[in-house]
Ligand binder design. Structure first.
Ligand code: NAD
Length: 487
């Protein structure tokens, strides 16, 4: 059993039950964590509230040093964390090595960024006046994390929240809490008690208690649209600051001028990374009609050769899905699509091998349209559906025909098409010949139903700071425009 972390202590709190954590590649129980209760959340929030005044007054340079130290501790245990992440989440070891690297690097990045500036000085409205803007931390930040990148998406919240001077209560996904608890154990012991707390448990129980808590003024959440809507409906009447990163249905457009081998490999990577369980997975492919036939064949051929297996096997390209219910959702979308005329070129079913684990064959499907749930709703599985387009206006219209707006990719060397694409596609990230890359100096987030939050870059730090404008008349004279008006 791995205990929670509240007020600097590892504890089972008031939990009466344990939640088993399952390895999705073997279906075996890896370990268990406490099913945190409302009282545990209250205790964690009280500890974070108590720690806030001192932590927020700690000089930014000192906080930076402490966060660099945390990052170095993560780095020195990178192999162990990568192994645990692979067992718990399932994606290949190399993808988890990347996740752990980006995780500790996020702490280095925000340690420095947060000591750089804290507001701005304004030209005064009057010669005796001083005007300035202060950015200050909110207080206790509630961070609710999904399972698909448990450490990275935690780091994108925890690092800026702490660097800005907030204290934090984390609610990891009940599917992947182990790597979070180990990360906290390894790397945050040197912080004052209460600055970081972790309550494990279920969303409607521990998660909602955190959202409802009057002493938590900001909720940073990554997860599904449905949970985001539920959180928003609870937090809105309390006027809480919401930082929401929700689902996607990202398109990729293949222009006629591309090198087909490059485009095939890029599309396969963007669709199959983490078995398609990435918020920015390519879930819709629009291919120019002049190359549609050749592109579909080559893509199916390439995808059919990807090797399914345990993430711990170095030969594995694609790991399992996280749980059977997510695989069933993919099967349901494919069943509807094929009933309506969709044609599966490769994959489309559970593999014979590996026999255990929540595996699903990497799939390419054609003859699809926007009436199908497969092209409208998030799939979150290893499926690439393809549609042909005639001209670039049609491609842009198809890209925008969605309620989501997270990312969008274009494969083209034609500068005019590139400009039309980034000018007209409504998405928070645009990738040209470069799908699913991150640059921590720039913002990541979505438009439309994906929620308007931004992580990374200055924007990702500003989400955890609120703004105060100070007007100061240093002389303090009586103003001629004060009462009475008649004089
Ligand atoms: P989820 O919404 O089911 O759960 C996310 C977290 O919310 C978990 O910790 C869960 O326990 C908690 N939760 C559930 N119900 C809650 C409630 N009522 N109140 C408070 N907390 C609650 O999502 P998931 O299945 O863990 O993650 C997959 C989803 O996350 C996908 O939709 C994916 O697109 C999205 N995602 C988005 C981004 C992004 O940056 N936009 C990144 C990764 C994943």
């Amino acid at each position: 059993m791995k205990p929670m972390y509240i007020n600097g202590r590892f504890t089972v709190g008031r939990a009466k039950e344990m939640i088993p954590v399952i390895n999705p590649a073997t279906e075996e129980v890896l370990d268990e964590v406490p099913r945190g209760t409302a009282e545990d959340v209250h205790e964690a929030v009280a500890a974070a509230k108590h720690a806030f005044p001192e932590w927020s007054r700690t000089p930014a340079t000192v906080r930076a040093g402490l966060l660099h130290e945390a990052a170095s501790l993560m780095k020195s245990h990178a192999e162990e964390l990568t192994h645990l992440l692979t067992e718990e989440e399932g994606k290949p070891f190399v993808e988890n090595e990347e996740e752990v690297f980006w995780t500790y690097d996020t702490f280095h990045y925000y340690a420095e960024l947060a000591r750089h500036e804290r507001g701005r000085f304004l030209p005064p409205g009057d010669p005796d006046q001083i005007n300035f803007v202060i950015k200050e931390p909110y207080g206790v930040a509630g961070c609710i994390i999904p399972w698909n990148f448990p450490l990275l998406l935690l780091a994108w919240k925890l690092a800026p929240a702490l660097a800005a001077g907030n204290t934090v209560v984390i609610k990891p996904s009940e599917l992947t809490p182990l790597s979070t608890l180990r990360l906290i154990e390894l790397a945050f012991d040197h912080l004052p008690p209460g600055v970081v707390n972790v309550v494990t448990g279920y969303g409607p129980e521990a998660g909602e208690t955190l959202v409802r808590h009057p002493d938590v003024p900001i909720i940073a959440f990554t997860g599904s649209v449905e949970t985001g809507q539920r959180i928003a409906s609870i937090a809105a009447p309390m006027m809480k600051k919401l930082h929401l990163e929700l689902g996607g249905k990202d398109p990729m457009v293949i222009a006629p001028d591309v090198d087909i081998e490059m485009a095939v490999r890029g599309a396969a990577y963007a669709g199959m990374l983490n078995a398609g369980q990435v918020c920015t997975s390519t879930e819709r492919l629009y291919v120019h009609e002049s190359i549609y036939g050749r592109f579909s064949e080559e893509l199916a051929d390439f995808v059919g050769k990807l090797r399914l297996g345990s993430g711990l096997d170095p030969d594995t390209d694609v790991g399992p899905m996280i749980r059977n219910r997510f695989r069933e959702k993919v099967e349901g979308q494919l069943a509807e699509a094929t009933n309506l005329g969709g044609q599966i070129l490769i994959g489309g079913k559970r593999p014979q091998q590996p026999a255990k684990g929540y595996f699903f064959e990497p799939t390419v499907i054609v003859n699809v349209n926007h009436q199908m749930a497969l092209m409208r709703d998030e799939t979150f599985g290893p499926v690439l559906p393809l549609m042909p387009y005639r001209d670039f206006d049609e491609a842009i219209r198809l890209c925008n025909d969605t309620r989501f707006g997270l990312g969008a990719s274009l494969m083209s060397h034609d500068a005019k098409l590139v400009k039309r694409f980034f000018d007209n596609v409504k998405a928070g990230t645009i990738w040209i010949n470069d799908p699913l890359t991150d640059n921590f100096a720039g913002p990541f987030g979505g438009m439309k139903m994906t929620g308007g939050g931004r992580e990374l870059g200055q924007e990702g730090l500003d989400e955890f700071l609120e703004v105060k404008h100070v007007h100061w008349d240093v002389e303090g004279k009586i103003k001629e425009y004060w009462y009475p008006y008649g004089e």
